[in-house]
Design a protein around this ligand. Structure first.
Ligand SMILES: Nc1ncnc2c1ncn2[C@@H]1O[C@H](COP(=O)(O)OP(=O)(O)O)[C@@H](O)[C@H]1O
Ligand SMILES: [Mg+2]
Length: 387
């Protein structure tokens, strides 16, 4: 599992890591206070969600914008791997895993449906070990032969910080987040199963609804920065016997997205200088102060820099308001921000929102999103726009 992406990561991905001094005790006390505050907020309930849920329920049916973007992307062949924001370090697995993937390769994915009381498979998507382009803490990402990616949820424990307040809202009222067809598929997959298996199915569908909920919360505020994304229950097939048509299948929440050509924000950084940290931080969560160098990716016009600055500022404002009003942290660390090349645009493709009290606390600021914002501010400064 990748340690370099996600809320509890070490954070040599830049800025997200705990910085500054502070011993174990201080760290413990801060975390305990956060948990207390979080609990009392939760008891007050998520009132703001009502409006949002209505819009999600209305929109999951036909989403013209997504359909049109996918139609276009399906007609274009995938760019070469060199043009993608691939982080080869992130893709590396230990040798037992690599061997397993060679002997039992993944083959393809289908979207699962349920109509006329029949289980359907549609949307054939071929994948292979070679098309694996990256992963974060929660998803494996594969490039499709056309200009799209498919993201397969990883198995994570029910106690994972991602399953916070929004997850519980979905679990309580799933019909606000899932289509009637998905609700029917859910029932169908539970039918005749034991209680353990039924619980696992419940968890998968609630997770699907939660992913969609996170996406809509970001999309409502920043529609032009968000990548068109479709969430669905999918089945992934893995070949079991070499040379034979014998597959194992795994049902998982998935999403497909337009494929981005570009680089992670951190790739614009010149070798980061290790941050000034205490012994604890250096040992367990080394952080780096980033120096950005936009010149590394060619000449960029001032007009383009102004536009991307404005977009980053909107993203920052949104992140701040969300943290302040809803105590939700948008996970905008440097591997979750891609700048497209050659047109130099900011796109948001990972929409995960964490309850503030479940997110790794900042050791430098009073709220964790400020670590990420600081890195982005430094990136903008490196444009030298006042010159
Ligand atoms: N639309 C995309 N186009 C190109 N690469 C992508 C796209 N979405 C994700 N990736 C790559 O996959 C990695 C993990 O994807 P992400 O959605 O952040 O998953 P997670 O939720 O597990 O963090 C990203 O850091 C990026 O390198
Ligand atoms: Mg991510």
């Amino acid at each position: 599992m990748s340690q370099s992406d996600g809320p509890l990561s070490g954070g040599n991905s830049g800025g997200a890591s705990p910085k500054g001094k502070g011993g174990l005790r201080q760290f413990y006390e801060r975390t305990r206070d956060r948990l207390r505050r979080g609990r009392s907020r939760m008891q007050q309930g998520g009132a703001a969600a009502g409006e949002m849920m209505r819009s999600i329920a209305d929109s999951v049916g036909a989403d013209e914008w997504v359909e049109q973007a996918f139609e276009r992307a399906r007609g274009l062949s995938a760019p070469s791997i060199e043009q993608l924001p691939v982080d080869f370090k992130l893709r590396q697995s230990a040798w037992p895993r690599r061997l397993y993937e060679r002997v039992f390769p993944i083959k393809h994915i289908f979207r699962m449906g349920y109509r006329l009381e029949i289980e359907f498979l549609e949307d054939f998507m071929p994948i292979s070990n070679e098309s694996y382009i990256g992963r974060g803490t929660y998803k494996f990402v594969y490039r499709l032969p056309w200009q799209m990616v498919i993201k397969v949820s990883k198995d994570v424990m029910g106690s994972d910080p991602i399953f916070g307040r929004l997850y519980r809202e979905v679990a309580q009222e799933p019909d606000k987040f899932l289509k009637p067809e998905e609700l029917a598929l859910w029932e169908h997959l539970k039918h005749g199963r034991g209680s353990g298996a039924r619980e696992r199915v419940d968890h998968k569908f609630a997770r699907l609804g939660m992913e969609r909920y996170h996406y809509w919360k970001v999309r409502e505020e920043l529609p032009d920065l968000v990548l068109p994304t479709r969430f669905f229950m999918g089945v992934r097939y893995r070949q079991r016997l070499a040379g034979r048509d014998f597959f194992s299948r795994k049902i998982m929440p998935m999403d497909s997205q337009v494929l981005l050509v570009g680089k992670h924000l951190k790739e614009f950084a010149t070798a980061g200088k290790q941050a000034d940290q205490g012994w604890m931080g250096r040992t367990f969560a080394p952080g780096y102060d980033f120096e950005f160098d936009i010149g590394r990716f060619g000449q960029i016009k001032k007009k383009v820099l102004l536009k991307i600055t404005e977009d980053f500022r909107r993203l920052i404002r949104f992140t701040e308001v969300l943290a302040l009003r809803e105590k939700l942290i948008l996970d905008i660390h440097t591997e979750n921000l891609i700048i497209t090349l050659p047109d130099f645009q900011l796109k948001v493709f990972d929409f995960h929102l964490f309850d503030e009290h479940l997110y790794e606390p900042s050791l430098k600021f009073d709220s964790p999103e400020k670590d990420h914002i600081e890195v982005i501010e430094k990136f903008i400064e490196s444009f030298d726009l006042d010159r």
